[in-house]
Design a protein around this ligand. Structure first.
Ligand code: SAM
Length: 224
């Protein structure tokens, strides 16, 4: 999977490129993340990419020209890339959406700042808007990193031998509880079945716990 990220803050992405699951995916050549500094596509000497909003009001708006030129540049080497604008107004990110997007070869992520982008970018250059939730954050970068991580975990072999099949939401329910050494701490004991070595019993216990967890914490999933 190739990710191209259009941003005013490319350095923010070093946190996922250099550490953890995504860094390992990059090392294994299963992923690539190319960042594009939007100011490099400005056509004025001050490298501005935003201007005041027509109609007045506080806050600047990101202009069409630099964004369009940057997307066109990316499309020279990835003509079929799906262009996603991170936006609180977009389709809400879910496990299902991340899984669907993980089947693509190339995704371009447009990170907004200020009041967002000129609406003509959304109408003409963007294929889809994605939201990470019903709240507003200050820029699309954190949202893009959430999306990259959620998608990357669904790409075969990115997680290595770590198993995401039982992760919360993968089967419409939450994960089961996990325990590690020591067996007893401050009087709290690991459930005995997990020490039994009887895999069928352990699997049944975990399935039961996953259902209980879902009923207790996320009744909305049970209804679905
Ligand atoms: C301050 S926000 C602009 C919000 C915009 N005025 C609105 O109310 O719809 C700046 C940028 O942060 C990003 N952003 C903010 N909240 C987001 C969310 N929930 N999901 C994805 N991106 C978000 C978008 O890229 C947006 O252009």
């Amino acid at each position: 999977m190739r990710f191209d990220v259009i941003t005013l803050f490319p350095e923010m992405f070093s946190s996922i490129k250099d550490e953890g699951v995504i860094a390992r995916g990059i090392k294994k050549c299963l992923l690539s993340i190319n960042t594009w500094q939007l100011r490099d596509f400005s056509n004025n000497k001050h490298r501005n990419i935003d201007d005041a909003s027509y109609g007045g009001g506080a806050g600047m708006v990101m202009q069409v020209q630099p964004i369009r030129d940057c997307i066109n540049k990316i499309k020279q080497t990835s003509p079929n890339t799906k262009v996603i604008y991170l936006s609180p107004q977009g389709e809400k990110l879910t496990h299902k959406l991340a899984k669907e997007l993980s089947t693509l070869d190339s995704i371009t992520l447009l990170c907004g700042r200020y009041e967002g982008v000129d609406e003509r970018v959304i109408a003409h250059d963007v294929d889809m808007e994605v939201s990470i939730g019903d709240y507003v954050i200050s820029g699309g970068e954190l949202a893009a990193m959430v999306l990259i991580d959620a998608i990357s975990r669904q790409i075969p072999k990115v997680l290595g031998n770590q198993d995401s099949l039982n992760d919360s939401f993968a089967n419409g329910q939450l994960d089961y509880p996990h325990y590690t050494r020591p067996e007893i701490i401050d009087g709290q004991q690991v459930p005995e079945v997990l020490l039994s070595g009887h895999q069928a019993k352990i699997d049944a216990w975990r399935q039961n716990q996953a259902i209980n967890n879902t009923q207790k914490k996320r009744k909305d999933l049970v209804k679905k």
